[in-house]
Design a binder for this molecule. Sequence first.
Ligand SMILES: Nc1ncnc2c1ncn2[C@@H]1O[C@H](COP(=O)(O)OP(=O)(O)OP(=O)(O)O)[C@@H](O)[C@H]1O
Ligand SMILES: [Mg+2]
Length: 333
Amino acid sequence: MGDVIVADNLVKRFTTKKRVGLFRSYSEIVEALRGVSFRVRDKEIVGLLGPNGAGKTTTIKILSTLLLPDSGSATVYGYDVVREAQKVRKVIGIMLSVEKGFYGRLTGRENLIYFGSLYGMEKQELEKRVDFLLELVGLKELGGSDRLYEEYSLGMKARLALARALLKDPPVLLLDEPTLGLDPPSARRIRGLVRELASSEGKAVLYTSHNMFEVELVCDRVVLINKGVIVADGTPDELKSMLPNIRTLELHLKKVPEGLVDEIRSFGLEVREPLQTPEGLYVLKVLARKPEEVVDDILRAAVSRGVDVVRLKIEEPTLEDVFVYFTDRGVKD
Ligand SMILES: Nc1ncnc2c1ncn2[C@@H]1O[C@H](COP(=O)(O)OP(=O)(O)OP(=O)(O)O)[C@@H](O)[C@H]1O
Ligand SMILES: [Mg+2]
């Protein structure tokens, strides 16, 4: 199977009541998705990345049949999310908000057994699967398997939510901010598991997050969404190479002599205003497509003014630069 998730021109509007004054309110239409299209292939982990309110959760909810699109279509594992919702539900594991839907007075193990029987899983097979999953997500080692859910920490809740998503061993995982608020070991555990599930079991994963570092670690491809519109789609490296000035040359100087910044700008380069470090050095950032081709000219300009260059480094762009670049470029409201 090639494309496991296909979203084609999805549109979703919400009608909300906006209150003006004590007794008056009027209806307002929020366009959460304005024609969203993307794909997730077999064994692929795709990160859906975007600022607050961009439409990530709405997309995940439509794909998991919890919301109906107003127009457009989507298939998961070949099944249409509107016409074949039942079939879609059988092939997906979802992790929406980490905390939703569990029973506080049941233990983690009992919660999983409860959901497994709802899914119609046979008792013996279910008990084995639950035991395996409690081990896999690390709840056993945290002593969480047989503790009441209401006593769980956030990290334990997230692990249980992932275990629930995996109960039926679904080929497709839809994970909405699975590591939100988790400490580094818990986040690392979840990231590692997701990678493992994709690479060794061939699961397709759609993963939302605000954490750029994490998306870069986990995802094979990134789909950037802003105000309900897809603004970029590619591997992190592909997206970085689309930035106009893609690398930063950073010079640490004892002082910034007059005329230096202007001379560097006259080479056609973008120079940020110098910043002073706590040690009293000045940091000058020069943006360039090929810094190695201009570094000699820049050094000559500095040395000819008698200034010491204490440190020089070339920095690759981060996914955060990509995010800022693509989300800043105007998508109309
Ligand atoms: N049930 C709803 N009723 C009205 N508006 C909604 C509803 N759900 C979402 N929205 C609006 O739709 C837009 C997209 O919301 P969505 O939750 O998909 O964003 P998101 O990308 O998941 O954001 P975040 O990063 O904050 O989780 C927002 O403007 C939001 O206010
Ligand atoms: Mg969201």
